[in-house]
Design a protein around this ligand. Structure first.
Ligand code: ARG
Length: 572
């Protein structure tokens, strides 16, 4: 497919002085107001080198490139060269590319041969998998899909929070107030109850803290009884997490969480010492990062037990040694910004060059309409319940509206879960947001259901056209682009054309919402086309060309939604 920006860059670069090809290309704009052309080039920067007024320069360029067959029209307006792409050539080119590339449309191979680790989800064992975890899980999954689409070899890691002092507390609480039957019957909720109880009791019985610390130390030394309890909590928790991952269609290549590194830490504590980075402070060991404005990082406690940050250091080196990654991406809440800055700095000070290839991708907080969540106070909304409720409510809406589906349960699942995922990926990830049922399931807003509905509408047009006509439209040789040059057809083609670029940008910025918003644009573009034009016309050539554009839109929406981790129902 023609890269118009690049071609325009080349054309203009041959007409001007003092700017490199790259500079010229980066100056080519897409005007907000399409009356100003499909592409525009501002000439202000050239005035100095070319010693001419910008409008004069623009006029010269417009005259020089105006005859190129790529354009329908080239105009000079003030300091700008406004370029209008030849619609027929453009639309034909885009449609053919999508028809040929099919499910690969939007992909590229810029990442070929490069390994990227995406770490996401990483919930804490024996704690609820709540609505707060949806962010890392869904954003990370989408980043994984985007990087895979860009040709990178992605390793998906779930860095389970399956280790640390909280297990001392949990076991301690279990021994004091727990019983086996309750845990077996309802593991996570029971364990959460123990955890909450511990924090209540410790207010009046601070000695419980010492007891919990001792238990954790035993766990660190691999004592049988503590290890077995820990293993049991872990197994039960993983069962619950797996149910949620299955609903979301999410997989991992590795569940090597914090406990995996428990025996790999001494090497690093020693290394920090040898590199004179470790300081003793009241029996504990710290790395002082004050001179970098990053405070002090606690590496081992006074009882010798290691910490979250120590395990992250060990994990990063392990990953480098095991996978030799090009990039190591962590999708973790912005509350942990300091944590990541600290240990990235420590890696750098230790002399690990790959520290620069570790990327923290932070995101904002999700809260509920009636206040924030707190595990300690037991006020949580379970992610599984949210997903189930989304599916149930969607089923009701489908029944109410009398929507035709292939299978109501399947469609309700695709749409209900898709709605939650799409909502999650709609805003810039760094923004805090409030979870609201009304917004998530609004079938008319810029939501998942709206986009899926548009997809199903494309499918329905093709069904109505019949198999033979649809098959004909699938072959670019049969497509006469002159029939799809109307305003809304052309604008739809433009949006479809942008998809590969949008995917690249989303990857560079670790920002799936760029894809989400673009899919909404494509869906709206399709609906405008559908509204403005009669598609199943008598004229066979015209019908084939229009159906080809429908197929292109349908493919672009499907490929885009797949990058968010969403499915596409053929009927709804
Ligand atoms: N388990 C942690 C939590 O729920 C997130 C882990 C993030 N990943 C990491 N490598 N530190 O807060």
């Amino acid at each position: 497919m023609v890269n118009f920006k690049e071609e325009i860059g080349k054309l203009i670069a041959s007409q001007v002085e003092g700017l490199s090809l790259e500079e010229v290309e980066s100056m080519v704009e897409v005007p907000q107001d399409r009356k100003m052309g499909d592409y525009a080039f501002p000439c202000f920067k050239l005035a100095k080198v070319m010693r001419k007024a910008p409008p004069l320069i623009a006029k010269g360029i417009a005259e020089a490139i105006g005859e190129n067959q790529m354009f329908e029209k080239v105009e000079q307006v003030n300091a700008y060269v406004n370029m209008f792409i030849s619609r027929e050539e453009f639309v034909g080119d885009v449609t053919a590319a999508v028809l040929e590339e099919k499910e690969d449309y939007g992909k590229s191979n810029i990442g070929q041969g490069k390994k990227v680790i995406v770490e996401y989800s990483s919930p804490n064992i024996a704690k609820p998998f709540h609505i707060g975890h949806i962010r890392s899980t869904v954003i990370g999954n989408s980043i994984n899909k985007i990087y895979s689409a860009l040709g990178y070899d992605v390793v998906r890691i779930n860095h389970l929070g399956d280790y640390g002092t909280q297990f001392g507390k949990m076991i301690c609480a279990y021994r004091h107030w727990g019983n086996k039957e309750d845990v077996v019957r309802e593991p996570i909720k029971t364990l959460l109850h123990y955890y909450t109880k511990f924090h209540e009791e410790v207010e009046n019985h601070p000695e419980l803290n010492d007891e919990a610390r001792e238990i954790f130390a035993k766990l660190e030394h691999g004592e049988k009884e503590e290890t077995e309890l820990w293993q049991w909590f872990r197994d039960e928790s993983l069962k619950e997490f797996s149910r949620v991952y299955k609903m979301l269609g999410i997989d991992f290549d590795s569940y090597a969480g914090e406990s995996f590194y428990s025996d790999k830490m001494p090497r690093f504590v020693k290394e920090l010492e040898e590199k004179h980075l470790l300081e003793e402070s009241q029996g504990a060991h710290v790395v002082n990062l004050e001179e970098y404005g990053l405070g002090v990082a606690l590496i081992t406690k006074s009882d010798g037990s290691t910490l979250y940050i120590t395990r992250d250091i060990a994990a990063a080196v392990y990953r480098k040694e095991t996978y030799d990654f090009y990039k190591n991406i962590y999708v973790v809440a912005s509350q942990q910004n300091l944590h990541f800055q600290q240990w990235f700095k420590i890696l750098e000070l230790m002399g690990y060059e790959f520290a620069k290839d570790c990327v923290h991708v932070p995101f904002g907080l999700v809260s509920l309409e009636d206040g924030t969540m707190s595990t300690r106070h037991g006020r949580v909304v379970f992610l599984e319940d949210v997903l189930n409720r989304a599916v149930e409510q969607t089923k009701e809406i489908i029944k109410e509206k009398g929507v035709a589906t292939d299978n109501i349960d399947d469609t309700a699942r695709q749409v209900g879960i898709g709605a939650v995922v799409f909502n999650e990926l709609s805003n810039n990830r760094i923004k805090d947001y409030v979870f609201s049922w009304d917004k998530v399931l609004d079938f008319n807003g810029e939501t998942g259901p709206y986009v899926q509905y548009t997809y199903a509408r494309c499918a329905s047009v093709l069904r109505n056209a019949g198999e033979e006509a649809s098959a004909k439209a699938m072959d670019p040789k049969n497509v006469k682009a002159e029939y799809i040059t109307g305003e809304s057809a052309f604008q739809l083609a433009r949006l479809i054309y942008e998809l590969p670029k949008v995917v690249r940008e989303a990857g560079e910025k670790y920002e799936p919402s760029i894809v989400t918003r673009h899919i909404v644009d494509i869906a709206q573009g399709f609906n405008r086309f559908y509204h403005d034009e009669h598609i199943l016309v008598e004229n066979q050539e015209e019908k084939t060309a229009k159906l080809a554009l429908v197929i292109a839109a349908k493919t672009a929406i499907k490929n885009g939604l797949a990058l968010l981790g969403m499915e596409t129902p053929e009927r709804m």
